[in-house]
Ligand binder design. Structure first.
Ligand SMILES: NC(=O)c1ccc[n+]([C@@H]2O[C@H](COP(=O)([O-])OP(=O)(O)OC[C@H]3O[C@@H](n4cnc5c(N)ncnc54)[C@H](OP(=O)(O)O)[C@@H]3O)[C@@H](O)[C@H]2O)c1
Length: 499
């Protein structure tokens, strides 16, 4: 029996998220000496298995999915913290058994342990699990001087505004906002965290970050993957719920927010929420295109159409692609369009934010057709920033060419930036909510996406060939404004990285 200071409980421990992300992240933390000696990890699911069996499966997954080479001695140390407990989540009485299990492994009353409940389960089960944890005395509001009790869970945060509100109020019946850690793993990506520094620690960029200098902003989240094994979930969700409501609204609010009073979590979130509220206030013009992938060639391999993927409903009208134009009703962004697009089975995997600047007002070189300056922020892959500007080509005539200046994150800081979950697990244990999503961010993002979702019912769903950049209608959407999508490309430094 060891003294228990902290119990980390993974609900849904036999699932994909636990095996691919959570367990390897724990290995990293073990290696970095970030785990308290007294931490136990209780892995919970409904399958019948012993702790020994689960430890073996966990070790296999860590070896398979860890981004760093596994040292067997450290792996053994980590798995010795892991216990498996079988629980059918709908069995209300089973939670008393879980409480006894915690007491058995810790030798302490479960309420005297620090508890983190990580709910890697379908979102429809979250309220039920949390309510049962409350009834068993495991989940409770934070009391002064008492060990902490926190919950963390991934998107989706509901299916629409109404269900998100219901889910939230059921959680708030048990816990306070300060105990709730809503994960948007995009927030933990290095280049996303870097956005605040880029914007507010650089006097060469900060004064230009507004409508006076910026022509428009593009945000692209492109995947080459199809629905993989998540067909049932995805077919009910679609691109707008799966990516636009969370990752893209987070990126957009970070790019467009005004300067926060400080870098404290709440000050930053207050500014992000102002952006989301302004978008909701602007209304949605209906400028949008949606699509669904047909068959095609992706990364050299023939792939099936969405309609023939496993678990997809016959004649499904789910969008796997969405492109839209939004405006922000604020002094800073009046008349600056934000073009957002996301899709599955596109030509390349790429998440980029592109700031396109206005032409200089003088027009001195207009005959040489200089291009608009651009800043490309590569969130993934090839993490880094490229500045594109105009330069004179050597010679007697004034011929202008577009040149690039690169910041390659990995070339400068090395290849081993923490993975999102490594950072998020560290933060939840440290009680730092900065990279997690506050309820009013979720609520206001849903207010925007709810309106968009109503709009798509009126739209035609265009089938696009897998391995392209999506339906032509998305090109027309931006071309109407005399602009075009900036196609993600491999930066010059990719070669240096051997990628
Ligand atoms: N996987 C990802 O990369 C990812 C990314 C973003 C968000 N998410 C979200 O994270 C959550 C988990 O995703 P996942 O991909 O890990 O799902 P998954 O592979 O389907 O795993 C679900 C887990 O929940 C358990 N479970 C389901 N119903 C249960 C019940 N009634 N009683 C006890 N255990 C039950 C399953 O246990 P058994 O195996 O014992 O049945 C399994 O361990 C979902 O909400 C998902 O949308 C996942």
């Amino acid at each position: 029996m060891k003294e228990c200071n902290c119990v980390f409980l993974i609900f849904g421990a036999t699932g994909d998220l636990a095996h691919r992300k959570l367990l390897p992240a724990f290995y990293f933390m073990e290696r970095e000496n970030q785990l308290k000696d007294s931490l136990s990890i209780v892995c919970i699911a409904r399958k019948e298995k012993t702790t020994e069996q689960y430890r073996k499966e966990a070790s296999d997954s860590i070896r398979k999915f860890s981004r760093i080479k596994v040292d067997e001695r450290l792996l053994e140390k980590l798995v010795s913290r892991i216990y498996y407990h079988r629980l059918e989540f709908s069995d209300k009485k089973g939670y008393a058994g879980l409480s006894r299990f915690i007491e058995k492994i810790s030798g302490q009353k479960s309420g005297n342990c620090e508890r983190i409940f990580c709910l890697a389960v379908p979102y429809s089960l979250i309220s039920h699990v949390l309510g049962s944890l409350k009834n068993a005395g495991l989940a409770e509001r934070q009391k002064k001087g008492k060990p902490y009790c926190r919950i963390m869970f991934e998107k989706p945060f509901g299916h629409d505004l109404k269900s998100a509100k219901e889910l939230n109020s059921s959680i708030m019946n048990v816990l306070d906002e300060k105990q709730i850690y809503r994960i948007d793993h995009y927030m933990a990506k290095e280049l996303v965290q870097n956005l605040l520094v880029l914007r507010f620690a650089n006097s060469i960029f900060e004064p230009l970050w507004n409508r006076d200098y910026i022509d428009h902003i593009q945000i692209t989240v492109a995947e080459t993957l199809g629905v993989e094994s998540r067909g049932e979930y995805y077919d009910k969700a679609g691109a707008l719920r799966d990516v636009m409501q969370n990752h893209m609204m987070q990126l957009l609010s970070l790019v467009a927010m005004g300067a926060p009073k400080s870098i404290d979590a709440d000050d930053v979130k207050n500014e992000k929420v102002k952006v989301l509220k302004s978008i909701a206030k602007s209304g949605f013009s209906g400028n949008m295109a949606i699509g669904q992938y047909g068959e095609g060639i992706v990364e050299g391999k023939k792939v099936a159409a969405y309609a023939s993927e496993p678990e997809i409903r016959k004649n499904s009208g789910t969008e796997t692609y969405a492109a839209l134009k939004l405006g922000i009703a604020s002094k800073m962004w009046k008349n600056v369009p934000f073009y957002l697009r996301t899709g599955k089975r596109l030509k390349d995997k790429s998440t980029e934010i592109i700031i396109v600047y206005k032409h200089t007002p003088f027009g001195l070189f207009s005959k040489a057709s200089p291009e608009k300056n651009m800043m490309v922020i590569r969130v993934q892959p090839y993490e880094g920033i490229t500045l594109q500007f105009n330069a004179k080509v050597p010679g007697n005539k004034v011929i202008i060419d577009n040149v690039e200046m690169d910041f390659c994150h990995e070339c400068k800081f090395g290849p081993n930036s923490p993975e999102a979950y490594e950072r998020l697990l560290y933060d939840v244990m440290a009680g730092d909510q900065t990279l997690f999503t506050r309820w009013d961010e979720v609520e206001n993002a849903w207010k925007i996406v709810d309106v968009i979702l109503k709009n798509i019912k009126k739209l035609k769903l265009h089938i696009y060939e897998a391995g392209t950049w999506g339906p032509k209608e998305a090109d027309k959407l931006i071309a109407k404004d005399g602009r075009k999508w900036v196609e993600p490309k491999r930066p010059a430094y990719a070669e240096q990285l051997g990628k």
